[in-house]
Design a protein around this ligand. Structure first.
Ligand code: GTP
Ligand code: MG
Length: 358
């Protein structure tokens, strides 16, 4: 299961977002230090297409794709302006992607809140702080490797790669802003640099801010290729308590489409090189996750290893077509279902029925 770390300054709405995504009720508070332990939870990936297809199939069970989330409290030492403490950043080193939350809402409950509501300034400070945190780790390794490489020339390549990474970080840039050779990435791996991880920026814009424009401004300061989404974490948390039909109605009424969580999770998937595919039937409607570029047998293996081992062929239709046709059987009757072989590359939203023999 892909693991995403939620990161940001105090009181920006990280735990509110975590609760909205996981359906849990971790305490949130209008003051820093609301929680000292990280919250860990599993998010069911919101997916209105799966919900709609399941309704059409009258599936008894709906299984959403899942993501593991880690919500790390942002600690600031009292009296110090910003600062994400090292021990908390260290907790994020084993996640695969970061959701970086920026606060753009005003909260009257926090008069002397130091994090402020300037999302652009927070983004710039965070970028620098993450680069500095990585720099400290890299600089230590660089010094050590430089020494070792003089005695052992097999360490030359790694030493050079770490030195190049250190220089980028010293300039305050994110490692993901640069293209790295495989050898460099191997040298970086056990340092687990935060600034190399794919990141989705989440602008927590409150209820009435001009979120779209703000997200655009954040995208200007974020490393190229990063995704920025605007959300209202409190609104999403409220919506998450509703059943899917009421939630869809609420979002529609507010002109929010599928809701921001959906966009955020999709963006995280894209950043991680992941995509969804589906199996549909009266027993179960199930969303699965597989890497972009995976073949049909690889996707089948996510369902069960027997399906990969004994893969013969797959029947495939896009979920939009399946919904429009009125379900799998109707799509079949309409001739919309294709038969694909072992070399077929899965496309986002494919519904699959695997023919296999073991
Ligand atoms: N108006 C408004 N308030 C929000 C929004 N998101 C969060 N809040 C409020 O902001 C306060 C802090 O939210 P949390 O989710 O606890 O923030 P946090 O980032 O987890 O804070 P720490 O864990 O202390 O670092 C709470 O009172 C929330 O209700 C929002 O979108 N709009
Ligand atoms: Mg929190």
């Amino acid at each position: 299961m892909a693991k995403i770390g939620i990161l940001g300054y105090p009181n920006v709405g990280k735990t509110t977002l975590f609760n909205a995504l996981t359906g849990l009720k971790a305490p949130t508070a209008a003051h820093p230090f609301s929680t000292l332990e990280p919250n860990v939870g599993v998010a069911s990936v919101p997916d209105s297409k799966l919900d709609r297809a399941a309704a059409i199939e009258r599936s008894v069970k709906i299984v959403h794709a899942q993501l593991e989330l880690l919500d790390v409290p942002a600690m600031v030492k009292p009296g110090h302006g910003g600062g994400l403490a090292g021990q908390f950043l260290a907790r994020l080193r084993d996640v695969e992607a970061l959701a970086i939350v920026l606060r753009a809402f005003e909260d009257v409950a926090v008069p002397d809140d130091e994090s402020g509501v300037d999302a652009i300034a927070q983004a710039q400070e965070l970028l620098l702080e993450l680069a500095v945190a990585d720099f400290e780790v890299f600089e230590r390794r660089r010094a050590k490797l430089a020494k070792e490489a003089t005695a052992d020339s097999s360490k030359r390549g790694a030493a050079d790669a770490i030195a190049a990474g250190t220089a980028v970080l010293e300039a305050g840039e994110a490692l993901r802003q640069h293209a790295w050779e495989r050898e460099a990435l191997t040298a970086f791996r056990d340092l687990a640099p935060l600034s190399l991880k794919p990141a989705v920026w989440v602008v927590n814009a409150g209820e009435d801010a001009d979120a779209g424009a703000l997200a655009g401004e954040v995208a200007e300061v974020a490393p190229p290729g990063d995704t920025v989404v605007a959300v209202s974490a409190v609104l999403e948390e409220e919506a998450a308590q509703l059943d899917p039909a009421d939630r869809a109605e609420l979002f529609e009424g507010l002109g929010l489409g599928e809701g921001a969580l959906n966009r955020m999770v999709r963006a995280s998937y894209t950043a991680l090189g992941l995509q969804s595919f589906y199996t549909l039937g009266p027993k179960e409607a199930h969303a699965w996750t597989v890497r972009v570029g995976a073949t049909a047998p690889e996707a089948a293996g996510k369902i069960h290893s027997d399906l990969e081992r004994g893969f013969i062929r797959a029947e495939i239709v896009g979920i939009d077509d399946a919904i429009e046709a009125g379900g799998w059987d109707a799509a079949k009757a309409a001739g919309l279902i294709r038969v694909e072989g072992k070399s077929y590359t899965m496309v986002e939203g494919d519904v699959i029925n695997v023919r296999f023999s073991v």
